[in-house]
Design a protein around this ligand. Structure first.
Ligand code: SF4
Length: 377
């Protein structure tokens, strides 16, 4: 039997930030008995985070479809016919209206995603206006716009962008099976530009694309062994969108997702580990286990770019049942949002769920129908 003190000393070692993880070590974590793995992950989690707090974000697609990249999971790729209605870059004012609604509903971070290989120079001034406008609302900002040059990253940093999302998606070895129009090295270069510009990094991956356990380990190693670990690590479950090459991929086992989240928590103790796409496919019980494993960030109630997400009422009910509350954050201008204020907003929002507080791209007619769309932020 493993003693409690030996498990606690494992946890202390786990909580040190390491950048030298090996495949062998990570596979050993995956192969721990489930209870031992969750116990270790929870011990690590408690060293850096309040286990009963969660970070809430809202995500908006600001430019939809017609992407020249060939990511096999993505309905926004112009390579696949998924029935998605393409949309040009949204007007700045519309974006700010959506951000205001999200803020009123309790979200503290507003994420904006555009289906680009890289942002066109002509659109950069609008992107800057969006960042400045959302920050003026007192929210944290996050963007995902594809590959960035060093100078574009500097422009975004200057505008005040807090986070940039650019996922590694999968392991270096498996990557070529999923995307051929840009390389793993391209992705790492963009992450380096983002980091060098002083923007916080959001980077993660997707489970369920046909990858092996070794590939899941390889993805987490690639993230954890970056010179500085990402502040935010989204772990997605593939949403199998008809018309994409992965429409018939095998379903991800919920417990495998929980295991991956726990291993990510142990390897990246100070990162927010976010459950992004695919959450709606999991039961409340699996989601509760995922929180126990160290997931401490979710997208609330909104459409994930073009992907359905559990509606906000269900989210609030589940968080209430588990006694998990939105965390207080320091927002731009050092305006500390009092936790109670955020919680009250969440409660108010629950009581008026019919008011549809989140911007709904589908209801607004920006997307033709809702073929299960994949977002991977
Ligand atoms: S994941 Fe991003 S880069 Fe890849 S096809 Fe979709 S929108 Fe384009």
């Amino acid at each position: 039997m493993i003693s409690a003190s030996s498990q606690q000393s494992d946890a202390r070692a786990d909580a040190a930030i390491r950048h030298d993880w090996t495949q062998e070590e990570v596979l050993a974590l995956f192969q721990l008995p489930f209870n031992d793995l969750l116990f270790r992950a929870q011990l690590v989690h408690r060293q850096y985070f309040d286990p009963n707090k969660i970070q809430l974000s809202t995500l908006l697609s600001i430019k939809t479809g017609a992407c020249p990249e060939d990511c096999k999971y993505c309905p926004q790729s112009g390579h696949y016919n998924t029935g998605l209605k393409k949309e040009k870059l949204m007007a700045v004012q519309k974006v700010l209206e959506a951000a205001k609604k999200a803020k009123d509903a309790g979200a503290t971070r507003f994420c904006m995603g555009a289906a680009w290989r890289n942002p066109p120079e002509k659109d950069m001034p609008y992107i800057v206006e969006m960042i400045e406008g959302v920050r003026d609302l007192g929210m944290e900002t996050c963007m995902t716009l594809g590959m960035l040059s060093g100078s574009q990253a500097s422009i975004l940093a200057e505008a005040g962008l807090d986070y940039y999302n650019h996922n590694l998606d999968t392991s270096p070895d498996f990557y070529g099976n999923i995307i051929t129009t840009r390389t793993y090295a391209d992705r790492l270069t963009t992450l380096a530009h983002v980091r060098d510009a002083g923007i916080k990094v959001c980077s993660g991956g997707i489970l369920g694309m046909g990858e092996s356990l070794q590939d899941r380990a390889g993805l987490l190693i690639a993230l954890a062994n970056l010179p500085k670990q990402p502040e935010s690590v989204p772990i997605n479950i593939l949403v199998r969108v008809p018309g994409t090459p992965l429409e018939s991929a095998r379903e991800v086992d919920g417990l495998d997702f929980v295991r991956t989240a726990a291993v990510a928590r142990i390897m990246m103790p100070k990162s927010y580990v976010r459950f992004s796409a695919g959450r709606e496919s999991l039961s409340e019980e699996i989601q509760a286990l995922a929180f126990l494993a160290g997931i401490n960030s979710i997208f609330m109630g909104c459409k994930l770019l073009t992907t359905p997400n559990p509606d906000e009422d269900h989210d609030f009910q589940l968080l209430n049942k588990l006694g998990i509350a939105p965390e207080a954050v320091t927002l731009p201008g050092d305006d500390l949002v009092k936790e109670q204020t955020v919680i009250q907003k969440v409660i108010d929002n629950r009581e008026s769920a019919a008011d549809a507080p989140y911007y709904d791209a589908i209801a607004a007619g920006r997307v033709t129908e809702k073929p299960e769309m994949q977002d991977t932020l």
